[in-house]
Design a protein around this ligand. Structure first.
Ligand SMILES: Cc1ncc(COP(=O)(O)O)c(C=O)c1O
Length: 439
């Protein structure tokens, strides 16, 4: 292994031709989609017997079985599935929903769509998941629900979250968009709370392009969520609950082609998840003990799916005059030069996101602007999330995620990371070259 960093003109460690592009589309996937085009229908048709959509209906049955719940409803996105769950829970104007400060913005935006108020809790620095103790501190008389996120495919601390929800009479909804197939104490994500939402977005481990899956074992929640999916309509043979009969809702219906693609991919999900796990464990083994790097920690009772593999950067180990974002950006540049996909997923805690900082309502005249004006989101209240976004990098990218990369490439990634962190003087020279701002 050459000592000279690729950033300083040395040879690159990684053979980038080994990278495999995601999602993988097999002949079986193509045949499944072609079958829909050949035979139809292309959309969920309303009939006297309910929705006629053979692929969507089969996907719902198969995914519910996979998760271990009674019902699944396919939708056109994970955000839609989250919104269906929040609406089904009866979350409404002015209600507070506690969620993680470290997630994709879709999580709190789904709350806004019910005219409710997202309240952020800080994360546990070890798992990057929402900290149950901080959730509990933020419960008020307006709190209606808790929306934990299984971030990066590691289940949140669900026993503690469910217990505090019970104590305060709150409903729990899992944002399992990054965690299809992950397990917590043996049970699958999606079966850990009364309702959950998954994403089929093309970057996920179950990647059908776009799409979402709502799951529950409760008949009433299913019926309500189905109305939200169907512009508020009650369908024949559904529970015609008067309360929800004239719901204002969206069209969140799934399509047949993505449903067929998702069904075909679901057959390989366990294989991809196992590959992600093997690759993640390989990286963790190889990076353990490298000064300046802290591999992710996974609780013993969780089986993760490593949707993302995030390392913390410990500049203090290297005694470099660079801190936080400056150090992160230097490491990132050095890794990318070596051929490693290294990305910053989320540049700031969610409360710092412009939509939560603006005070003029939220643009489109939605009623949520009214409830929201009372709230001030203070980024200082989320030190662990801030530290994480400033001092960490995701290894692998959405185009080349861990779940489909060959072990040989992952070995080279470990070698490249070790190389970058092994030379303090080389990093200093690279910092000079990049004009990095010193602490
Ligand atoms: C944690 C989380 N929540 C919600 C979503 C929203 O899912 P979608 O993009 O399918 O609407 C995503 C993915 O994009 C996500 O990662």
């Amino acid at each position: 292994m050459s000592e000279t960093l690729a950033l300083l003109g040395g040879p690159r460690v990684v053979d980038t031709t080994l990278k495999i592009r995601w999602p993988i589309v097999t002949d079986a996937d193509k045949a499944a989609v072609a079958r829909v085009l050949d035979e139809g229908p292309l959309w969920a048709q309303s009939t006297d017997d309910g929705l006629f959509a053979p692929e969507m209906t089969a996907l719902e049955r198969e995914f519910a079985e996979f998760v271990g719940v009674r019902h699944c409803l396919a939708s056109n996105g994970g955000t839609a599935a989250l919104h269906m769950a929040l609406a089904a829970a009866g979350v409404g104007p002015g209600d507070e929903v506690i969620t993680s400060a470290f997630s994709f913005v879709a999580t709190p935006v789904a709350v806004l769509h019910q005219s409710a108020v997202p309240i952020f809790a800080d994360i546990d620095p070890r798992t990057f998941n929402v900290d149950p103790a901080d959730i509990e501190r933020r419960v008020t008389s307006r709190t209606k629900a808790i929306l934990p996120v299984h971030i990066h495919g590691v289940p949140a601390e669900m026993d503690a979250i469910n217990a505090l929800a019970d104590r305060h009479g709150l409903i729990v909804i899992e944002d399992a968009c990054q965690a299809p197939g992950a397990r917590y104490k043996g049970r699958r994500a999606g079966a850990l709370a009364p309702m959950a939402a998954f994403s089929l977005n093309g970057t996920k481990n179950l990647a059908a392009g776009e799409g979402g899956l709502f799951v529950t074992s409760d008949d009433t929640y299913r019926a309500r969520a189905n109305m939200v999916r169907m512009v508020g309509e009650t369908l024949p043979r559904e529970d015609r609950t008067m309360e929800f009969q004239h719901l204002v809702a969206w069209n969140y219906r799934a399509q047949e082609m993505p449903s067929a693609f998702a069904r075909s991919q679901l057959r390989r999900l366990e294989t991809y998840n196992a590959q992600a796990r093997a690759n993640g464990e390989l990286l963790t083994r190889r990076l353990h003990g490298v000064p300046g790097v802290e591999p992710p920690w996974v609780p013993a009772d969780c089986e993760p799916i490593y949707h993302k593999y995030r390392i913390r950067l410990r500049e203090e180990d290297l005694d470099l005059p660079l801190r936080g974002v400056a150090f992160r950006d230097l490491v990132r540049a050095a890794l990318v030069a070596e051929g490693v996909d290294a990305v910053t997923w989320l540049e700031a805690p969610l409360p710092a996101h412009p939509i939560f900082q603006r005070r003029d309502g939220y643009g489109s005249g939605y009623p949520w602007s009214i409830a929201h004006r009372e709230y001030r989101y203070r980024v200082e209240e989320y030190p662990e999330t801030q530290r994480l976004v400033d001092n960490s990098l995701v290894i692998c990218s959405e185009l080349h995620p861990l779940c489909c990369q060959p072990p040989r490439l992952v070995e080279q990634y470990a070698e490249a990371i070790t190389k970058v962190f092994s030379g303090r003087s080389a990093l200093l020279e690279a910092a000079d070259k990049l004009g990095a701002v010193q602490a």
